[in-house]
Design a protein around this ligand. Structure first.
Ligand SMILES: Cc1ncc(COP(=O)(O)O)c(/C=C/C(=O)C(=O)O)c1O
Length: 351
């Protein structure tokens, strides 16, 4: 194995790439928790555009270039958009992004503009955007699809498992926030390949976490359904996972069931509290959808689904800066002072 990041595992990524489009994605920090014995946070906010999406985009955009495509497209709740725009720019490809108007966190919309994508906004949820972009993929066949039903995306994202295993061996449980449901499958795929190669002895249990208002997979697992009942109007402040019809639901349920894992849902309040705890107890800044992993972890511990003393990894999928509005809504200690009297404030507090 040589190099760092996603392409360190080039031999495990199918396809031959004469040209690789990379911004040095991957090789993200695995941060030990201060609060639990052997719980780790895989901080995907450290990727070039601030989310795990970069891992899949480097492979999918490299594949688009090697296949001769000049135009790519993606529907997104925001992070796929930001990442696809960056990699398309790096590859010199034209990109169309289809976004749910008014439902994309500020940082991600800003990035999509910064990287120069053409932004097509639709009124409705991500699922409406997804249906719309499928017309470009299927009916017209004129653009290369960058959404996570694109298998190359998942081949890149599975390297999250490879890095974890290289660093701490096999975890007992991996807790992943779930939206379009590609990532939980990709990580499971990575661990399964490592087990088949004899690198690890067992695949960790995959624990998916969804927001209560957008939880088709968690509900399907809870009710023992083989097929989820989709959420027509998904709602959550964790806009990254505000998805009602996950395109990868079949893959996610397969990953959860074959790893003897599960999927649970948490409230928006639990997500906000978890985002605060991650930042104010662990010093880690993650966006709300990522903090859902900690909210779900705590719930899973309380309900005896997961043992807090086992080796557990939470996937923190995106950086806090992606959603400044979420941070500004938190309780803050902001005091307008008379600059000549600053010592009164501080001395008054620390004595
Ligand atoms: C921060 C963050 N955390 C978790 C997820 C869920 O991953 P999947 O279950 O693989 O979808 C997303 C997904 C975002 C998009 O789907 C998109 O950007 O269009 C995310 O941005």
């Amino acid at each position: 194995l040589k190099g760092r990041g996603v392409w360190r595992y080039k031999d495990a990524i199918p396809g031959n790439y004469s040209k690789i489009v990379s911004i040095n994605e991957g090789n993200t920090p695995l941060i030990p928790s201060r609060n639990y014995k052997q719980t780790f946070y895989k901080f995907e906010g450290a990727n070039p555009t601030g989310s795990f999406k970069d891992r899949g985009m480097t492979v999918a955009v490299s594949s688009a270039v090697n296949t001769g495509y000049k135009v790519v497209a993606a529907a997104s709740t925001g992070n796929t958009a930001a990442s696809a725009a960056a990699y398309a720019s790096r590859a010199g490809l034209r990109i169309y992004l289809v976004l749910p108007k008014g439902k994309v966190a500020l940082g991600k919309l800003a990035q999509s503009i910064l990287y120069g994508a053409t932004i097509l906004e639709v009124n409705g949820s991500f699922d409406v955007a997804m249906t719309s972009v499928m017309r470009l993929y299927k009916d017209l066949g004129i653009v290369y699809p960058l959404n996570s039903f694109n298998p190359w995306r998942l081949e890149g994202q599975k390297t999250i498992a490879y890095e974890i295993a290289e660093e701490i061996g096999e975890p007992d449980n991996v807790i992943v926030p779930v939206g379009n449901a590609g990532n939980i499958y990709a990580i499971w795929k990575g661990f399964t390949e490592l087990q088949e190669a004899g690198v690890i002895s067992k695949v960790p249990r995959m624990i998916g976490v969804q927001a209560e208002g957008a939880a088709p997979i968690a509900k399907a697992i809870e009710k023992g359904l083989n097929e989820p009942e989709f959420f027509e109007n998904p709602e959550t402040i964790a806009t990254a996972i505000r998805i009602g019809k996950p395109v990868n639901w079949k893959k996610a349920i397969k990953a959860i069931k074959s790893s003897k894992g599960t999927a649970i849902s948490v409230s928006d309040q639990e997500i906000i509290d978890a985002q605060k705890r991650l930042a104010r107890e662990e010093g880690i800044g993650a966006e709300p959808a990522s903090a859902a992993a900690l909210a779900g972890y705590d719930k899973a511990i309380k309900e005896g689904i997961v043992d807090k003393d086992q080796k557990n990894v939470l996937i923190l999928t995106g950086h806090a800066l992606k959603d400044p509005d979420a941070m500004l809504r938190l309780d803050a200690r902001r005091i307008l002072i008379n600059p000549e009297h600053i010592e009164n404030i501080v001395l008054g507090e620390i004595n």
